[in-house]
Write a protein that binds this ligand. Structure first.
Ligand code: RP5
Length: 173
C-alpha cells in the first residue's frame, strides 16, 4: 500500500521515485536540488518489477494527489520511468542509474528509447542527470511562479560567476 509520507509538511508537487533504495545515492542529488529550492516533494521506492501493483496505484493517483512532475530513477532494465509515464499524464523525467555491469548504458537506453506516444524526458546517467532532472522540473514550475523564476535565475547567475572566477591550472587550497 502506498502511504502518504511527504518529504515536507506541504503536499508534494513532485514525486521522486526510484526502483530500489540502492538508487538513492544517485537520486539524492535530485532531492538536494528540490530542498535547495524549497519544492515540496516526496521520496519513495516504487519498483516496477518487485511491486508492480504499487506502481500502478502510484501512477493512477498521481494527478488527484496533486503531483505536477515525477522524477523516476532506475537501473538496468529500467522500466519504471516508461511504465509510470504510461500510467499518468503527469510529466515523467527519467534518470538512468549506473548499473553494475554496463555502467548505466543499459539504463539510459531502456529509458530513452520510448516508442512514440508515451514520452519520458530522459537525462544523463548518474548524479548530473538526477540534479538536472530536478532543475528541469523547477524550470517548468517557474513558468507560472515568478518567485521561483527569480530564484532559478539567481542560481544560474551564481554558476556564471563561479565559472568566470575559475583559473587554470586550478589553485590547490
Ligand atoms: C533496479 O534494479 C533498481 O532501479 C536498481 O537500480 C537496480 C538494482 O536494484 P537492487 O538489486 O540494488 O535493489 O530495479
Amino acid at each position: 500500500m502506498i502511504e502518504a509520507a511527504a518529504a515536507s509538511a506541504q503536499a508534494p508537487v513532485v514525486g521522486l521515485i526510484m526502483g530500489s533504495s540502492s538508487d538513492w545515492d544517485v537520486m539524492r542529488h535530485a532531492a538536494a536540488v528540490f530542498d535547495e529550492f524549497g519544492i515540496a516533494h516526496e521520496t519513495r521506492v516504487v519498483s516496477a518489477h518487485r511491486m508492480p501493483l504499487d506502481m500502478v496505484e502510484y501512477g493512477a493517483q498521481a494527478v488527484t494527489r496533486g503531483l505536477r512532475a515525477i522524477v523516476a530513477g532506475a537501473g538496468g532494465a529500467a522500466h519504471l520511468p516508461g511504465m509510470m509515464a504510461a500510467l499518468t499524464p503527469v510529466p515523467v523525467f527519467g534518470v538512468p542509474v549506473p548499473s553494475r555491469y554496463l555502467r548505466g548504458e543499459d539504463s539510459l537506453l531502456s529509458i530513452v528509447q520510448m516508442p512514440r506516444g508515451v514520452p519520458v524526458g530522459t537525462f544523463a546517467i548518474g548524479e548530473s542527470g538526477a540534479a538536472n532532472a530536478a532543475l528541469h522540473v523547477i524550470a517548468n514550475l517557474a513558468m507560472t511562479d515568478a518567485d521561483l523564476l527569480q530564484r532559478l535565475q539567481a542560481y544560474r547567475a551564481r554558476q556564471t560567476q563561479a565559472a568566470r572566477a575559475m583559473v587554470v591550472p586550478p589553485e590547490v587550497s
